[in-house]
Design a protein around this ligand. Structure first.
Ligand code: 6PG
Length: 260
């Protein structure tokens, strides 16, 4: 039985990303102390912007040896890296460049390639860099996830084949709007992470948050985010008050930071 999700609510986005940044740094310190590296899969969308701005602030940036951090992506839009919709492009501008992350520590999905080719090459890279010989799945120290108001996460959208993929690690997918052609890691990769952290803000997501977090685990659910259930790791949901506003049992309100 997977461990129950750990829910935390925050007054607003800034408080949430401050706690998330501190949690990431603490996880990184522990991973680097234990294994001399910290493997993080970044999410896309817009929420990461505020997280990146917080992580690059002097007080936080100096707390982690960024030379030991390897950055991956949970998904990417099928666009070139300089495209405004590129998840890598956002991270490059707002996180990697300010922290002077060396290119050898940045492992992007090549959105400019044909989707199937990009998925295959990313899976090959993941197998080379993140899997332990005895493990059939990669083990990320941290997978950061957002959630859309339709319950998608990464680029796993309701009713699409990518959601039910059970052997491949990386597959092409399609979004119903915006940058439609995507590449995404699959639920098997997500669910084998040591720590999975959802960052969800805004009233628009409150209904889906409630349906996911307050339905019993065996209820059929069309929401891909509801299928994120770690095999052995931890699952945390960081919610601002707006996103948590429809929960009948209010999670503990956090004002600071999670001890990993
Ligand atoms: C993407 C993301 C996607 C995102 C959610 C939430 O590439 O779009 O991976 O899953 O996390 O859509 O996006 P916001 O943070 O912008 O609400």
């Amino acid at each position: 039985m997977p461990p129950a999700p750990e829910l935390h609510t925050f007054a607003d986005t800034q408080e949430l990303v401050q706690a998330a940044a501190d949690f990431l740094v603490q996880l990184g310190q522990r991973a680097i102390a234990e294994r001399n590296r910290f493997l993080v899969a970044l999410s896309g969308g817009s929420t990461p912007k505020t997280l990146y701005a917080t992580l690059t602030s002097p007080t936080l940036a100096r707390r982690l040896d960024w030379t030991k951090v390897h950055f991956f992506f949970g998904d990417e839009r099928c666009v070139p890296p300089e495209h405004p919709e590129s998840n890598f492009g956002l991270a490059q501008a707002m996180l990697f460049a300010p922290l002077h992350i060396p290119p050898s520590s940045i492992h992007r999905i090549q959105g400019e390639d044909l989707p199937e080719a990009a998925a295959i090459s990313y899976e090959t890279l993941l197998r080379r860099l993140t899997a332990k010989p005895e493990e059939p799945w990669p083990v990320f120290d941290l997978v950061l996830l957002g959630m859309g108001d339709d319950g998608h996460t990464a680029s796993l959208f309701p009713g699409t084949p990518a959601v039910s993929e059970s052997t491949r690690w990386v597959v092409p997918s399609s979004a119903p709007q915006g940058a439609r052609s995507r590449i995404t890691i699959t639920l098997g990769v997500i669910n084998h992470a040591s720590v999975i952290l959802f960052l969800v803000t805004g009233h628009k997501k409150a209904t889906v948050v409630q349906r996911i977090l307050e339905k019993s685990a065996d209820d059929p659910s069309p929401y891909p985010a509801a299928l994120v259930r770690p095999e052995r790791g931890r699952l945390l949901w960081y919610l601002d008050c707006a996103a948590a506003s429809k929960l009948t049992t209010t999670p503990p309100h956090s004002t600071s930071h999670e001890d990993p």
